[in-house]
Design a protein around this ligand. Structure first.
Ligand code: NAD
Length: 401
């Protein structure tokens, strides 16, 4: 499909489902997990990863359940279509009426997609889209419990899966996949390692900034995105510096969910399209990948004019007013945050050699071009510009086109 047709198709599709604001029932703060005690079930099915089991977090959840539960804990980071099919098979055998996605975005996304397959076994999992009626909830409902403060998947329609044969990440979604309940308890993130705190925290900021500036931004999501920007700037450095800072952890956990509500109802954009593309080809964590591209995406978008970065600069307490100047200040502020948390700000700092980069470049451009989030950017790059953007991000050059 040509670029113009794709923009038209995606916008028509979104307008078909818009405007609406979707949210799960959200329980948050200290002891939020106690809410689980009141969920009456015949059988629970927990989707998670092996780390979460090892950390004892499955046991923590199980203590709150009043019915038998089955656990699938083999979700890998950036889950594959094959993993989702394996979960759905075990889910079908267990026949639960409540599913729990417990973990980071990978576990929650895998739970969402497997749930859809459990409900509708003949669904084409790599083509989940908002136009189709899947009839989800005939068999079960979904509780999402995040253990990272990052993706916001506990609130969104999205499930991001990896097609390992095509080396591509698929940004899929259906409004039926918005979880019924999200439990946002900071106790679950207190042991989050420093690197994951930084990567996932910057994912929150990327959601907030792109959600506020995407083509589909709206009055309902704007406030969520701006509040999340404010919370990240105030609390991510603290949560990174001291993982035991309960106040910082609590606000970052809330910020992730709030940003999820924001961008989940307005879409992400260019940094996500480039980050997804990178993440499918190189082993770079999702939050690290999308936030690396965020300053470049901001500069490129602002160079086209007509953006909304002055509001973001205001929430970051940057003293700028003009739009372009604000965009540059926001991009610089993001790079500083990343450097202060020992995160890469260029592809070469992320460990990619020039040879690897040159070999991957055509694929990076092709993947980004196919990503559904690309056309959500206010300024949509053509392939040649995308190639240049990847080049600039490799070298760390400020975007001047
Ligand atoms: P993740 O789920 O892949 O987890 C990263 C690592 O952190 C894993 O090894 C995991 O075991 C570990 N971990 C998780 N919680 C922990 C804890 N409390 N203590 C110690 N270790 C812990 O990472 P993520 O960044 O949360 O999720 C990334 C995935 O989510 C990607 O596939 C991305 O594309 C997707 N995503 C989805 C959405 C959405 O709206 N559905 C939005 C953004 C990203």
């Amino acid at each position: 499909m040509e670029r113009k047709e794709r923009v038209f198709f995606t916008c028509s599709l979104l307008l078909y489902i818009m405007w609406q604001f979707k949210s799960p029932f959200i329980v948050f703060g200290e002891d939020a997990l106690d809410y689980l005690d009141s969920v009456n079930a015949r059988a629970f099915f927990i989707v998670t990863d092996a780390n979460i089991t090892r950390l004892g977090l499955v046991d923590v959840i199980a203590r709150h359940l009043n019915a038998p539960h089955t656990v699938f804990d083999r979700v890998e980071p950036e889950p594959s279509l094959q993993t989702v099919r394996a979960i759905a098979r075990e889910m079908t055998a267990a026949n639960p009426d409540w599913i729990i996605g417990l973990g980071g975005g990978s576990s929650m996304d895998a739970a969402k997609a497997a749930w859809l397959l459990y409900e509708k076994p003949d669904a084409e999992i790599g083509a989940i889209n908002p136009m189709e009626n899947y009839g989800v909830r005939a068999k079960a409902k979904l509780i999402a419990i995040p253990t990272t403060s990052g993706t916001g998947s506990e609130t969104t329609l999205a499930t991001v899966l990896t097609d390992t044969e095509e080396h591509r990440k698929l940004s899929l979604g259906s409004y039926e996949l918005v979880p019924d309940i999200a439990i946002v308890d900071p106790a679950l993130v207190m042991k989050l390692p420093q690197v994951i705190t930084a990567d996932t925290g910057m994912d929150v900021l990327t959601h907030a900034v792109e959600g506020y500036t995407s083509r589909m931004h709206n009055d309902f999501s704007d406030g969520m995105c701006l509040k999340a920007v404010e919370l990240v700037l105030a609390y991510l450095p603290r949560a990174y510096a001291d993982g035991n800072d309960v106040e910082a952890r609590t606000h970052m956990h809330n910020a992730a969910t709030i940003a999820g509500l924001g961008f989940g109802n307005s879409q992400a954009a260019l940094a996500h399209a480039m980050g997804h593309s990178l993440g499918a080809l190189f082993k770079i964590a999702h939050g690290r990948a999308v936030s690396l591209f965020l300053p470049y995406a901001i500069e490129y978008t602002a160079n086209g004019g007509g953006t909304r970065y002055a509001d973001i600069a205001h929430m970051m307490k940057l003293h700028t007013h003009a739009e372009l100047e604000s965009a540059r200040a926001v991009a610089d502020c993001i790079r500083d945050l990343e450097r202060n948390m020992q995160m890469p700000t260029t592809l070469s700092e992320a460990g990619i050699t020039r040879e690897q980069f040159v070999e991957a470049l055509p694929r990076l451009v092709a993947n980004a071009n196919m990503d559904t989030q690309l056309v959500m950017n206010l300024r949509v790059p053509e392939s040649a510009e995308l190639e240049k953007l990847f080049e600039y991000a490799f070298e760390g050059r400020r975007v001047d086109f």
